[in-house]
Design a protein around this ligand. Structure first.
Ligand SMILES: NC(=O)c1ccc[n+]([C@@H]2O[C@H](COP(=O)([O-])OP(=O)(O)OC[C@H]3O[C@@H](n4cnc5c(N)ncnc54)[C@H](O)[C@@H]3O)[C@@H](O)[C@H]2O)c1
Length: 337
């Protein structure tokens, strides 16, 4: 049986991916995660007894701990989801982003090289391309022009992966997806924040005038894309993954409030984020034509599914908000306590 090392598997996309992998492949999984504020083992509670699943608590910067895993297991590939992932937090403090998103990736690649790993997939983001003009859509060959410390740290990691491929013939591949939504997303992120604040009757903060555009993909579609790229992608290549659901932030809030039958009075416009990217837009033709990936899930239906999931999983949300010490900034900015 083949074994994959999934790093950052206790977070939003990683936990959805591990479930997808166990349901759709014969792989065994070692989930290696530091359990930062956004990592939560409750995200995987329904697979705890699975014989193909093991959890190890650790930092991707911890070379000794990673060495131990490789010494005691035959690892057939690595998929790295581990990262600091929230733009606002990177504006408050960039250091954890440099630690996990850059140093962590380099450490992981060094250990992978030492043990001759056959495939290494780095999970990146459309944010590395920066803000798209009205008539612009980025391909994998577009320039990297990141504007936030978060996206700059992800772009730096992408360049380190590229350099290892060129310099060391390292078996690196990169996926860059658009904004994900779905179950188990930490409630500081836009869509779960709207749903949860609406459920609690709290104000829903929108940056600026709400005209910033994001391209949304249901997390399951991205997980299937990641798996297919891991299996069939060409070493050294980059694959954009997107479902072409571009919406302004204001449109998203209106849609969710309508689906939840809640009043738009909850909307509150707040001071804009510094260097707020106006629009994200990526072209996903390569992953479709070369890998055979396609979008399976309808946007509005998966949004409704997501809303119902949060409504039915209030306990999950309460456990997260209890264990997290939100800073004053988060309390005022997001209405979370
Ligand atoms: N959420 C999105 O919309 C989106 C879109 C494109 C790309 N991505 C990328 O996908 C990946 C996963 O994002 P997410 O939304 O699931 O994030 P998340 O914050 O929910 O999860 C990140 C996970 O990484 C773990 N982690 C952080 N630092 C670590 C370290 N040093 N060592 C080990 N584990 C560590 C955390 O404990 C957590 O479980 C990230 O690399 C992110 O940049 C996310």
């Amino acid at each position: 049986m083949k074994t994959l090392l999934i790093t950052g598997g206790a977070g939003f996309i990683g936990s959805n991916f591990i479930r997808y992998l166990l349901d759709n492949s014969d792989y065994s999984v070692i989930n290696y995660d530091l359990l930062t504020y956004s990592g939560n083992l409750d995200n995987l509670s329904n697979i705890q007894g699975d014989k193909r699943y093991t959890f190890v608590n650790g930092d991707i910067c911890d070379r000794n701990k990673l060495n131990n895993i490789f010494h005691s297991n035959k690892i057939d590939g690595i998929i790295n989801f581990a990262a600091e992932s929230h733009v606002d937090r990177s504006i408050l403090d960039s250091q954890p982003f440099v630690h996990s998103n850059i140093n962590g990736v380099v450490t992981l690649m060094d250990v992978a090289r030492q043990f001759g790993i056959a495939r290494f997939l780095q999970i990146s983001t459309d944010e590395v391309y920066g803000s798209a003009a009205e008539d612009q859509t980025f391909t994998e060959d577009s320039n990297l022009i990141p504007n936030s410390p978060y996206s700059a740290s992800k772009a730096a990691a992408d360049l380190m992966v590229r350099s290892y491929v060129q310099t060391h013939h390292f078996p690196g591949i990169i996926t860059r997806s658009s904004n994900n939504f779905g179950p188990y997303q930490y409630p500081e992120k836009f869509i779960p924040l709207i749903i949860n604040n609406a459920l609690e009757g709290k104000k829903i903060p929108i940056y600026g005038d709400g005209s910033n555009i994001r391209d949304w993909i249901f997390v399951e579609d991205n997980c299937r894309g990641i798996f297919e790229v891991f299996e069939k992608g060409k070493i050294g290549d980059i694959y954009n993954i997107a479902a072409n659901n571009e919406r302004t932030n204001l449109e998203i809030v209106h849609l969710i409030l309508k689906l939840m039958n809640k009043s738009t009075d909850l909307i509150e416009f707040v001071k804009d984020r510094p260097a707020h990217d106006k629009r994200y837009s990526i072209n996903a033709e390569k992953v479709k034509s070369e890998i055979g990936w396609f979008v399976e899930r309808n946007f509005e239906e998966s949004l409704e599914f997501t809303i119902h999931w949060y409504m039915e999983n209030k306990k999950w949300l309460e456990s997260i908000t209890k264990k997290t010490k939100f800073t004053d900034y988060y309390k005022t900015q997001y209405g979370l306590a």
